[in-house]
Design a protein around this ligand. Structure first.
Ligand code: ADP
Ligand code: MG
Length: 361
């Protein structure tokens, strides 16, 4: 059995990130020039993959610290995640990060145990985070560091955390490069463009976009070729069906590929059947996701999936009021399920859109 040339479960290894090379080059340049940068884009658009590739490319010259703030819940949560982020660089710096942590009574890598103790015995997590940032700053004096923060929009879950980060790091952007990414488009934008926010105007915003038709063609062709198969002329169909959505391109290409034996050539029929297969595989998850939307948002998604106007007759027939539609639409845009396309909107995930069409006719 060959390994599929189209991995699509979670972020890819740097060696597999080829198709985003321009984006990765750009980010590497920015980090090298110590320009604070935030990578924005919907879920599954290759952001984490790109960050990993950047870290990998810079590994000879800088030390990276990887902090993931997905659904961050509290200061203690932040302290625990920071601890896990610092643990792998314990030996870095002089004095080392481990020594710096020990000096302030933080057992590096073990903090989550401390933070679970009864209230009167556990350290104040805000002070812990301040110490951790201080350690990072001290370690960076001897050794350039890049702080990579994935799912940075999670920071809004903890009041004052973004301000603390800014306060501790702002005079050290030369020693500590900062690279952010996040999937909640409106929160990410707000964090860097709203005057009231600590990181207002502090970062250049870069977007992770869908793959264009040329990139899809290249991904599909080389994936098939590298495993002794031919993609025939399916690339345009894959690009069309997926709209270049990075994860869906890979998932669909994989489903096509698995239908083609070594030495064989893919056909457009394979794409049709592969799409059925993807929908079957994803239906339980899509159903759960769809049910999680409030009714107004479900209706807007149904209308948009059919390419109908959300203020038109079809919307009306579903009982969608124009006020309700407007509200639901902006919430869906904010959370990255819809994106604006000229004057109308489109569903970001093409497989969700197809599932809705097949489910609701
Ligand atoms: N450089 C890339 N080349 C090909 N496919 C990619 C690339 N980056 C991401 N993908 C596809 O997108 C999926 C999600 O990538 P990930 O980096 O986790 O996205 P995000 O962090 O934006 O949610 C991957 O499993 C893969 O299928
Ligand atoms: Mg990610």
């Amino acid at each position: 059995m060959d390994m599929s040339p189209f991995p699509h479960h979670g972020p890819l290894d740097p060696a597999q990130a080829g198709p985003q090379q321009d984006l990765i080059d750009d980010l590497v340049r920015r980090v090298t020039e110590r320009r604070v940068t935030a990578l924005l884009g919907p879920r599954r658009h290759g952001k984490t993959t790109a960050l990993r590739a950047v870290v990998d490319r810079l590994s000879d010259s800088v030390t990276s610290v990887w902090l993931d703030l997905y659904e961050l819940a509290s200061w203690a949560d932040l302290a625990g995640r920071f601890d896990r982020a610092l643990a792998p660089i314990g030996a870095v710096g002089s004095p080392t990060v481990t020594e710096l942590a020990a000096r302030v009574g933080l057992p590096l890598g073990m903090l989550s145990i401390e933070l679970r103790k009864p209230a009167h015995q556990r350290p104040d997590p805000i002070l812990v985070v301040q110490s951790q940032l201080d350690i990072l700053v001290k370690a960076s004096a001897a050794n350039p560091i890049v702080l990579v923060i994935d799912e940075f929009s999670g920071i809004v879950g903890v009041e004052g955390a973004a301000a603390q980060l800014r306060t501790s790091l702002q005079h050290h952007f030369q020693e500590i490069g900062l690279l952010f990414a996040g999937s909640e488009p409106s929160t990410m934008r707000m964090l860097f463009t709203d005057r009231a926010e600590p990181f207002y105007a502090q970062a250049d915003l870069v977007e992770a976009r869908p793959f264009d038709a040329v990139a899809v063609e290249q991904i599909v062709r080389t994936g098939f070729e590298s495993t002794g198969r031919s993609a025939g002329s399916i690339a345009p169909a894959v690009a069309y069906v997926t709209g270049g959505h990075p994860h869906r391109v890979m998932e669909l290409a994989d489903a096509v590929w698995s239908r083609v034996p070594p030495g064989g050539t893919a056909t457009d029929d394979d794409v049709t059947l592969a799409l059925d297969q993807v929908l079957r595989a994803e239906s339980a998850g899509l159903e759960r996701l769809f049910s999680s939307f409030p009714t107004g948002e479900q209706l807007v998604l149904r209308v948009v999936a059919k390419n109908e106007a959300i203020f038109g007759g079809y919307a009306d027939s579903l009982g969608l009021s124009s006020g309700g539609a407007q509200h639901a639409r902006s919430l869906l845009i904010d959370r990255g399920y819809l994106r604006r396309e000229g004057r109308s909107v489109a569903i970001v995930d093409p497989v969700l859109a197809e599932w809705i069409r097949r489910t609701f006719g």
